[in-house]
Design a protein around this ligand. Structure first.
Ligand code: GLN
Length: 386
């Protein structure tokens, strides 16, 4: 153990999300663990990025991003999120949604502040908050609907709570917060003067005709909300690290300052690439949705068939599957056994929960070609019949 280690890192290790990719590569399995999303990138986006590199658009952009991109984002926000944001002062392009989250908490919160995270959670929200010295607090939502009630929300707030994180559609549960739940959030956030930080990176991946509601549009939430969005999932460019934050100017000023200090700016040529993507017609999003609908239905049917009952997701590209009956002591053991024996990687449910609830679950990602999903389903079936 080195003496050179930040106290904030004590007890922190690499996420199971990443670890399972390493394990999967070791056994040559199908990676339905980490949400890698290796679908083809729309050529218009790659071409625009290549052309930006070839035409020397390779220097720093403004800390808040290329102005053309921010203008296109503002139009997209108006069209799809019903958010009116000023491209000059209320939008900052970030190094992925994760970079946006990190810039936000460092800009707006102080060590020791409570940050309320809804469980099951995306572990990066939790661990980034820990590294920032925040005090993570939990609000457990229960399957299958993961409903948020006023009573539960109030009970989860402590005297030091300063912020709430709302991931919708949620990673890992796929839960999408409805208007009533967001009104509860608006009411309670106002009463306790809380900052709301959203993660809406899966906004375009949703099922059964559901529409996405951006929390910032509900009640008076805009004035206390940082909306975090990303392009990784929408354009299958998870390695580009392109995201953006949207917030009223008085919050955005501080977020942009931190974004500058940590990252200088998001990669400039890639900003030009995603600008071309955001100009695509809305039919792009319709076909994205219908192809994910087919994949979700396929994987959920297969999981049902082998007794790993799925908690049907409303959005995002993950499904939590019940594996408690398989007789393993931990979700990690179950996940490893399924990888070793069926050649299918997943993420242990314990990665998304503080308590025992995660031990009976694994998370399966279905952001891949249909043939890969079909092969994974075939392997799971075979495994289920052993
Ligand atoms: N968001 C993706 C997931 O949950 C990838 C995260 C990561 O690689 N850290 O799997």
């Amino acid at each position: 153990m080195t003496k050179f280690l930040s106290k904030a890192l004590e007890g922190l290790v690499q996420s199971d999300i990443r670890k399972m990719t390493v394990e999967c590569e070791r056994v040559g399995g199908l990676n339905l663990g980490q949400g890698i999303c290796d679908l083809p990138t729309p050529p218009i986006i790659s071409k625009a990025a290549i052309s930006a590199i070839e035409s020397q658009k390779s220097t720093y952009s403004y800390a808040e991003g290329v102005i053309d991109l921010r203008q296109i984002i503002a139009k997209k926000l108006e069209r799809d999120n019903l958010i009116n944001a000023d491209p000059i002062s209320e939008i900052c392009v970030t190094v992925g949604a994760t970079g946006g989250f990190a810039a936000t908490i460092h800009a707006l919160l102080n060590p020791g502040d409570g940050i309320l995270i809804m469980e099951p959670y995306y572990s990066y929200h939790l661990n980034i908050a820990r590294v920032a010295g925040l005090d993570p607090q939990f609000l457990t939502l229960s399957p299958p609907r993961f409903s948020l009630t006023e009573e539960k929300l109030r009970a989860a707030i402590s005297p030091n709570t300063k912020a709430v994180v709302c991931c919708t559609p949620s990673n890992p549960s796929g839960k999408m917060f409805d208007e009533n739940e967001l009104k509860i959030l608006a009411k309670v956030a106002h009463e306790y003067d809380l900052l709301l930080i959203t993660d809406e990176i899966y906004e375009y991946i949703r099922y059964d005709g559901r529409s996405h509601i951006s929390p910032a549009t509900v009640g008076e939430l805009w004035e206390r909300t940082v909306s975090i969005m990303g392009l990784s999932k929408t354009f299958s460019i998870t390695g580009w690290r392109m995201g953006y934050t949207v917030a009223p100017a008085y919050l955005m000023k501080a977020i942009t300052l931190v974004n500058d200090l940590y990252y200088i700016c998001a990669p400039t040529p890639l900003q030009h690439g995603v600008a071309a993507g955001l100009n695509m017609p809305t039919s792009y999003y319709d076909s994205l949705q219908s192809s994910y609908q087919t994949k979700r239905d396929k994987i959920c049917t297969a999981l049902d068939g082998v007794g790993m009952t799925p908690i049907i997701p409303q959005g995002a590209y993950y499904v939590l599957a019940q594996i408690g009956h398989l007789g393993f002591d931990t979700a990690h053991q179950a996940s490893m056994a399924i990888l070793e024996e069926a050649g299918v990687a997943s993420v242990p449910g314990s990665s998304f929960f503080q308590g025992e609830a995660g031990e009976g679950l694994i998370r399966i990602c279905f952001a891949m070609d249909e043939e890969v999903i079909e092969e994974a389903c075939r392997r799971l079936k075979e495994y289920g019949h052993i």
